[in-house]
Design a protein around this ligand. Structure first.
Ligand SMILES: Cc1ncc(COP(=O)(O)O)c(C=O)c1O
Length: 301
């Protein structure tokens, strides 16, 4: 295997299944030249993909929003994913579906440009699930409303590197009006207790977030369990009033946060509400896969 591509896995490129280290795409692909693409990342355990349909719907919606043609049905895409999954015999995998506007060098696309679809399946290696120290970061002109899932993360990578150098594990974006929005690749939930009353909040799409499939799923699970959760603007100055917080994403699942800036949280305590919410989520995972797994490794428990 070449030194530049140590990752095992398979890819579907222009209709052909190839080993990931042998996969290649054109340098004229607009995803490389202009970031002219949309994508999504899904997780799979023991050949079962979690929550695929909402990912495909979001991918289609984001492509359509950008006038990128999207000629594939969900059934076709699900078939692509399944055929790659059959080749990877791992407990846990990560599946990326990318849609590029196509191959054409000028910024203004030629008429009738055909979009390209790439699917990549790799074993998933999640880090150990210890609580994260998170640094609030003012974002450069973070737009309000729904953010699209684009291949455009260089400012996030820079912010992560800066946060890491300052001793943090992740960042929490803060928009120009001082509202917290989301993590580098995740949405956030914050919890506060007032006596017997529990408050669970997640920032609204209006604050400027990627509308996470895990965020949507968790809100639904909480509603069904009659646990109150609200979408509410949270100012960064309000952080000290919260007792617990966690990130959600398809890859990380529910990830506890141990501190935001200087404010310490109790998310990892044995009796934290987070543990109940995590159980609710893992029970849902079990209902899809058919047995219980440890989130990081995908090993049956
Ligand atoms: C910026 C951002 N927010 C939120 C999420 C979480 O989205 P999902 O739950 O659909 O994985 C991601 C996922 O990559 C992301 O990149």
């Amino acid at each position: 295997m070449p030194a530049h591509s140590p990752q095992p896995g398979f890819a579907l490129v222009r209709g052909k299944v190839v080993r990931l280290d042998e996969a290649s795409i054109s340098l004229l692909d607009r995803s490389i030249l202009y970031g002219d693409m949309v994508f999504t990342t899904v997780v799979g355990f023991h050949k079962t993909v979690l929550n695929l349909e909402p990912h495909l719907e979001r991918l289609r919606r984001h492509a359509t929003e950008l006038l990128i043609p999207f000629p594939w049905s969900n059934q076709e895409l699900a078939f692509d994913v399944t055929s790659l999954l059959d080749l990877v015999h791992e407990d846990k995998v990560q599946i990326r579906i990318l849609v590029s506007r196509g191959l054409n060098g000028g910024l203004k696309p030629l008429p009738n440009l055909a979009p390209e679809k790439y699917v990549i399946v790799t074993p998933s290696t999640s880090p150990v699930m210890s609580g994260l120290a998170v640094q609030p970061k003012p974002g450069m002109a973070l737009a309000r409303g729904e953010h699209l899932k684009l291949g455009n993360y260089p400012y996030t990578v820079k912010a992560l590197l800066e946060a890491q150098a300052a001793g943090f594990d992740d960042i929490l974006w803060v928009n120009q009006d001082g509202e917290i929005t989301e993590g580098s690749t995740s949405n956030i939930f914050l919890l506060a207790r007032h006596g017997d009353e529990l408050e669970i909040i997640t920032p609204p799409v209006y604050s400027g977030i990627l509308k996470g499939t895990t965020r949507d799923l968790l809100m639904e699970l909480l509603y069904k369990a009659k646990i109150p959760v609200t979408e509410q603007i949270v100012l960064v100055d309000e952080i000290p009033r919260f007792d617990e917080a966690f990130f959600t994403s398809s890859i990380q699942g529910l990830r506890p946060i141990k501190s935001i800036g200087k404010h310490r949280l109790h998310t990892e305590r044995p009796h934290a509400t987070f543990k109940h919410i995590e159980r609710l989520f893992l029970t849902w995972v079990e209902s899809i896969i058919g047995f219980r797994v440890e989130w990081q490794s995908g090993k049956p428990v």
